[in-house]
Design a protein around this ligand. Sequence first.
Ligand code: PLP
Length: 494
Amino acid sequence: MRYISTRDNTIQYSASQAITQGLAKDGGLLTPFYIPKLPGNALEDLKAMAYQQRAVYIMKMFLEEFSVKELTDFANAAYGPDKFDTPAVAPVRTVDGSTHCLELWHGPTSAFKDMALQMLPHLLTASLTKTEEDKTVCILVATSGDTGKGALEGFKDVPRTKILVFYPKDGVSQIQELQMLTQEGGNVGVCAVVGNFDDAQTGVKELFSNEEVRQALAKKGYLFSSANSINWGRVLPQLVYYVSACCDLLRDEKLAPGQTVNVCVPTGNFGNILAAYYVREMGLPIGQLICASNSNNVLTDFIREGVYDRNRPFHNTMSPSMDILISSNLERLLYSLTQDPAEVKGYMAQLAASGRYQVSDRIKDRLQKRFKGYFCDDRETQRVIRSVYDRFGYLIDTHTAVAFSALEQYRQETGDNTPAIVASTASPFKFSGSVLEALGETAPASGLDALDQLTAKTGLPAPAPLAGLRSKTVRFSQVVEKDHMLDAVRSLLE
Ligand SMILES: *Cc1c(COP(=O)(O)O)cnc(C)c1O
C-alpha cells in the first residue's frame, strides 16, 4: 500500500515514511492511495480470532512492509492483559435489543485514545528503523485532556523516544491533571501552560515550525514528531475495533449475515468516525454513519448544509474532548469523496483564509448518502445519562451520552431502527462530577472524592488506574508562560 498527500497525489510514500513524517510537506494529510476491500470470506475467519489477531489482519492490509511476526508482537504488547482490563480489549455491550455499545475505554488511561496510542509507539519506532532514521524522536503534544495522558502512557520508557506534554493550566479536569502529573517513566515530561488550549496548541505548532530550534535539536540527535490524530499511525489502529465489533455481533448472532448495522460516534477531530467510514469502504456491512456533536456543532451544520464554517462562538461543555471547531481529519474524508487533491487544497485554502468553505453539490450529495449529523447541549447530555442509567442500569460518560442522544434523534426523525453500534469513548469515572450531577447528586469539589461518590452511588468500581491515583506521587510542577515553552523542551532534552 502506498500513501499520498490529500493535497497532492503525485508523490507516493511508503507506510513507514507516512508514519515517520506525520504530515506531508505541503500541509496535507498522508492517506492510503486507496482503501482495500476485505476478501469475501474474511469475516468468517476474523469472527473466530482474538482482538490482537484481528488487529494484525487489518493492519497488515495497510502496512505491507511490516511482517506478520512484527505486527503480532506489537499487538500482543499493545493490547495485553497488563494494559487492558478485559481480554476482549474492546468489548461490545448490548444495551437494548438494537443498540450495542462498543466500549473503547478499558485501557490504561480509561479513554478511547489508548486504542491507538498503545499501538503508535510500536509503529513509529519500527518505521524509524525501516526508514533508516537514526535520531531519537521527541514527541510534542498539546492536549485538552485525554490525548496527553494517552500519549504519555503509550510512549513511557519506549527506547529512542522522549515525550513532552503541554496542557492549559486551567483547562483540564482535576482527574486529567493528576493523571498527567503522576506519570511514570524516564523519558517523559509534563508542563502546564498559562493560557487556554489554543495557546498550548499554537505554542507547539510554533516549536514544530521553528527552523532554528529544529536544527539545534538535530545537532543533538533529536527529531520532532507528533502523536496527534493527523498521523496515519493513529487512525489505522482505530479501524480494527469497528471490524472487531461487527465480528462480535455476527459471532453472537446479534447480527445476521448480510444485515447492516449503523455506527454512531461522538466526534471531535473526526478521527474516530473516519475509521468507521474506512471500514465501511472496506466492505463491512455498515449502513449510516451518525456523527454526534455537542454545542460546538460545526460538523452537524457541515453534514446538513455542505458548508463548513468555524466562525462561531466556542463553547466549553461537559464533553470537553469534543470542544473543537477545526476537525483536522475531515480533510481525509474530503479526499476520499472527491478523489481530487486540487479540490481539497482549494477548500483548505479557503478554511485557512476565511474559516469557511462550501463543498460542491456532488460532494455534498456523497457526504449525505453516508453521514447523518446531530448535536445536543449539556442539559440533554445529562438527561440521557440519567435515562440510560434508569432504563438499562448502564452508566455512560458525557461524550458517549452525546452519541446516545444523536442516535435517538436519528431514530425518531427517520423511523429507521436498524441495529446500531455506539462508540463509547470514555469511562464514566473520568467525568465523575458531571455524571453524578446527571444522576441528581451534588458533586464534591475534589475529583478524587467524586470518584468515590460515584462508586457509592452506583456500586460500580472505578477503573484501577483512576482508583489508584490517590496513592501516586506528583512528579511534575513546571508551569510556563506561553512564549517560554521552549524552556520545557530544553530541560527535557538535557
Ligand atoms: C478524543 C475524544 C473524542 C473525539 O474523538 P475524535 O477522534 O477526535 O473525533 C470523543 N470522546 C472522547 C472521550 C475523547 O477522548
